[in-house]
Design a protein around this ligand. Structure first.
Ligand SMILES: NC(=O)C1=CN([C@@H]2O[C@H](COP(=O)(O)OP(=O)(O)OC[C@H]3O[C@@H](n4cnc5c(N)ncnc54)[C@H](O)[C@@H]3O)[C@@H](O)[C@H]2O)[C@@H](O)CC1
Ligand SMILES: [K+]
Length: 208
């Protein structure tokens, strides 16, 4: 049986690893991104044109780090930034700086050509999702689900409650979910399957 934990336990384990064990958040983020990129390399998906959709928190930071890792290997990758720039987490800002260094293109949210992407990486919300999805986020999640691309979710499909497996209004439907440390309780529930797709649990050095 696969070990699963709640979102709260995942947040506590993240915090403990950083504050007590002393591994910096950016180190954990880099490990997460390397594993997620590796999961993608091991699919047979067409990686011709990838879109990373990044929210304002550390899930978005993970996505931006994956964008950079793909870009330096020559993949044509674009970034779509969602959320208020004033709320970007510290790690998100660092990852965005690095993407800019490598000239990873940032697309205009009002003018996204959803049909041209072969893969979309969903990095809007992870364990930080705390309320039902609303406003513009609903529209973007629907666009991701309607797009012809394969979809990889980073940590948790955005909009899915990781603890219960229930959809909080609307959720990304992923073909592949690259989660970190442990699967969250809701991910293994039958009703979550259409949103999770294939589940890969990646060890990034966080234990509880
Ligand atoms: N902290 C750690 O140790 C690590 C965290 N990692 C990543 O960080 C993620 C968690 O990051 P965060 O805690 O920054 O949170 P998220 O990036 O999941 O969410 C960002 C923010 O969105 C806001 N939000 C929540 N629900 C919303 C809604 N319905 N509509 C609009 N805004 C909403 C909240 O203010 C939240 O802080 C994990 O899922 C994982 O992907 C990884 O980098 C690995 C290490
Ligand atoms: K996500």
């Amino acid at each position: 049986m696969m070990k699963t934990i709640s979102v709260k336990q995942a947040q506590q384990a993240d915090l403990k690893t950083q504050k007590e064990v002393g591994i910096p958040g950016l180190v954990l983020m880099e490990r997460a991104a390397l594993k997620a990129a590796d999961n993608l390399w091991h699919t047979n998906w067409n990686l011709n044109h990838v879109l990373v959709v990044a929210g304002s928190g550390n899930n978005g930071g993970d996505g931006l780090a994956v964008a950079r890792l793909l870009a330096v290997k020559g993949v044509h990758v674009d970034i779509l930034l969602l959320g208020n720039p004033k709320h970007y987490s510290d790690e998100h800002q660092t990852q965005l700086h690095t993407c800019k260094y490598y000239h990873v293109p940032v697309v205009d949210p009002k003018n996204v050509d959803w049909k041209k992407y072969t893969v979309i990486i969903d990095a809007i919300f992870g364990t930080g999702l705390s309320r039902p999805v609303a406003g513009n986020y609903v529209d973007f999640i629907k666009k991701i689900n309607q797009a012809p691309a394969r979809v990889q979710a980073i940590d948790i499909p955005s909009g899915l409650n990781g603890s219960t497996g229930k959809v909080m209004g609307v959720s990304v439907k992923a073909d592949l979910t690259s989660t970190f440390a442990y699967a969250k309780n809701g991910m293994v529930k039958p009703e979550a399957k259409p949103y999770i797709g294939k589940l890969i649990v990646n060890d990034i050095g966080i234990y509880c």
